[in-house]
Each structure stands twice: as structure tokens, then as C-alpha cells.
Ligand binder design. Structure first.
Ligand code: SAM
Length: 346
């Protein structure tokens, strides 16, 4: 395969789970033998064990590859979670606060972003044990929902999370009494996965990749695409599903914040979906607009890689509001896309 060995150019990204530990504690214990690196480049080029504190996402570390996490206590006890840097962007961008009320994670398994949401809620409100807030985590595939349940338990976010086993988010009634306090939604739907490290943007006759820890965003499904025409058809089907999901999220009566993300590099699934969503009747009727770069959390406002202006139909505000990453561009992260939507009144 064209991308074999690609993983070697990437660090291991480690999110310290604020529910169970701190960066300081992890530097003193799990990573006490690691030397502090000056840059992400040092992590992939220097030999030996190095560690780098990420400047964009809070509680995120990059370490040299090669550590066997299966035997690491902090990993097996949920103090640290292996999660690519870009995969940490959506929950960080959503930035749920107590005033936002309940939160929905529409497409949750295996649960990287669900547990990240819980950690952010906890950091804003440490008396979390009796938290009045709930994270509703839906997962259509019941088998994958079991993995989600395990992860939520290990990460210590069980008390705040309600899992919708086998529940299709599109079947959830936004006007139901149960969801009346939902103020924030995270949408991380199935996508082509073209940004995943170790996978081509146009996979040919690939067998499904064996799971590895940093691939939390993967759907577990890799569709074989044999031609350019096949790829176009697949992207069309995916983007129509992604748009439907986004328009469904716009309907929650008290929602004021939404993030939409993919691990795809194709603009059909990214800026194009955002543009179509913003042009929809429901977006206009409910007052949804793009979360502008200047209104984003500091680490993502500072992130340099933004949306593609042409794909956003020349709208520079939308393109600047979109956050991207590309494999192999020196940042050490997977290919990814995220955009936020907000509205002022409900
Ligand atoms: N957010 C997850 C994480 O960070 O660990 C990764 C999500 S993965 C990209 C997409 C997930 O959405 C898959 O597990 C898939 O089964 C689920 N899914 C797809 N369509 C769905 C729907 N309509 N409702 C709920 N879940 C859905």
C-alpha cells in the first residue's frame, strides 16, 4: 500500500484525562524518564524517549513512538487516553459550560470525544459528582456502543453520560421533553476516513485496517473504492448523510453551539457540507451561523491551518472559521476537519 510505514513519522498523542489526573502528575510518574522536547519535530526525529506539551490543546502531550501502553497503569486505569491531536479539536472547540445545559454527542463510539467532553465539563465545574448536566451519547451500532460503554467507565465519566445503545441520532426527536435543555451538540459522523494515518485518500482494495490505539476516530469500516467515479459516488452519499445530520442538530430548540467534524480531507465532506448547511432554510429560520475564528477558544484561534476558500464558495469568513489538518504537513497530526456553528438567541 502506498502509505505503509506512514505511522513512523507521527508522535503518539496522549490526552491526560482531567477527570483522573493532571499533566504535572503524568510528567512525574508515567513519563518521568522522558526528556522534554522543544518541538514536535524533535519527537519524531530524535532517538530516545521525548515528550512535548502541546501548545494548542490543553492537557495534551506528544511522546516518541514505541511505548507499550498495554502495560502502562495510567493507560489501563483511564488517566491517559491515546487520542490524535486533531481528534481533540471538536470537544475543545465546543467548549461546553454549565450554562450550556445538556450536551449531545450524536455519533459517539468508541468514545474519545464523549470522554473529552466529560473532562471539559468537569474542569469548568469540579463539583461534577452531582452535576445537573448530562451528556447524551448516541451510537447506532450496538456492538460499538459496548466499546463506548467500556471507555466511558474507564475514563470515569459514567455518572454524567447516558448512552443511547443502538440509537440512531436521526430518529431522536429534538422537541422531546427529554432534550429540552440540550444547549450543545458534537457531531462526528461516519466519513470516508481519508485523513487517517496509514490510509490513502483513495484506498484501493484495502482490507480493513487492524485497530490501533490512535485510530479512535475510525468507523471500523473501510469501503473499497476502485475508481474516481466510485469515490465521487461514495462522497456524495456520505455528504448527504452528514448534511442531514447537521440539519437535524439545528432543530434542537435550546441549542446554541454545534461542532461538526470528519477525519476526511475531501472538501465534499467538509466545507461543502458547512456551506450547504448554512444555506438551508432551517439554518436561516433558527439563526445558525459559522463560529468565526476570532470567537474560537484560544488554541484553535491560533491553529494555522484553515478551510479551503474555493470550497467555501469564496466566503473567507466561513473558510477562516473552518479548522483543518493534513497528514504529513509537519504538525504530526492526522487529516481532519472541524467547524463550529452558533446562534445568539434561542
Ligand atoms: N466520535 C467518535 C470518537 O471520537 O471516538 C468516533 C465516531 S465515528 C467517526 C462515527 C460513529 O457514528 C460510528 O461509530 C457509527 O457507528 C456511528 N453512527 C453512524 N451513523 C449514526 C447515526 N445516525 N446515529 C448514531 N450513530 C451513528
Amino acid at each position: 500500500r502506498a502509505s505503509a510505514g506512514e505511522e513512523a513519522n507521527y508522535p503518539r498523542w496522549v490526552r491526560v484525562n482531567a477527570l483522573k489526573s493532571t499533566v504535572e502528575e503524568q510528567l512525574e510518574t508515567t513519563f518521568s524518564k522522558h526528556t522534554r522536547a522543544e518541538s514536535i519535530q524533535d519527537i519524531v526525529t530524535k532517538s530516545g524517549r521525548h515528550i512535548y506539551i502541546d501548545p494548542h490543546v490543553p492537557n495534551l502531550l506528544a511522546i516518541s513512538a514505541g511505548m507499550d501502553f498495554a502495560k502502562v497503569e495510567a493507560y489501563t486505569s483511564g488517566k491517559i487516553i491515546l487520542q490524535d491531536k486533531a481528534s481533540c479539536f471538536p470537544a475543545y472547540l465546543l467548549d461546553p459550560r454549565s450554562e450550556d445545559g445538556d450536551v449531545i454527542d450524536a455519533c459517539s463510539a468508541p468514545g474519545n470525544k464523549t470522554t473529552h467532553l466529560a473532562a471539559i465539563l468537569y474542569q469548568h465545574r469540579p463539583e461534577f459528582e452531582d452535576a445537573p448536566q448530562t451528556i447524551y451519547a448516541f451510537e447506532k451500532d450496538s456492538r460499538r456502543a459496548q466499546t463506548l460503554e467500556k471507555m466511558v467507565k474507564i475514563a470515569g465519566s459514567k455518572s454524567v453520560t447516558r448512552i443511547g445503545f443502538g440509537q440512531d441520532f436521526l430518529q431522536v426527536d429534538p422537541t422531546s421533553e427529554k432534550y429540552k435543555d440540550v444547549g450543545a451538540l458534537l457531531l462526528d459522523p461516519s466519513c470516508s476516513g481519508s485523513g487517517i494515518v496509514g490510509r490513502d485518500s483513495m484506498p484501493e482494495l484495502h482490507l480493513p485496517d487492524p485497530p490501533t490505539d490512535n485510530r479512535g476516530d475510525d468507523d471500523g469500516v473501510e469501503t473499497v473504492v476502485k475508481s474516481e467515479k466510485d469515490l465521487e459516488a461514495r462522497l456524495e452519499a456520505l455528504s448527504s448523510f452528514q448534511l442531514t445530520l447537521l440539519l437535524h442538530a439545528f432543530r434542537f430548540p435550546r441549542a446554541k453551539k454545534i461542532t461538526y467534524s470528519t477525519c476526511s480531507v475531501h472538501s465534499q465532506e467538509n466545507e461543502r457540507v458547512v456551506i450547504r448547511a448554512l444555506a438551508s432554510d432551517i439554518a436561516k429560520a433558527k439563526g445558525w451561523r459559522i463560529l468565526r475564528r476570532e470567537d474560537q477558544v484560544s488554541g484553535l484561534r491560533d491553529w494555522p491551518v484553515r478551510g479551503v476558500v474555493e470550497a467555501a464558495e469564496g466566503d473567507e469568513t466561513v473558510a477562516e472559521g473552518c479548522i483543518r489538518s493534513y497528514k504529513g504537513d509537519g504538525h504530526g497530526v492526522m487529516g481532519f476537519f472541524v467547524a463550529g456553528f452558533v446562534r445568539d438567541s434561542v
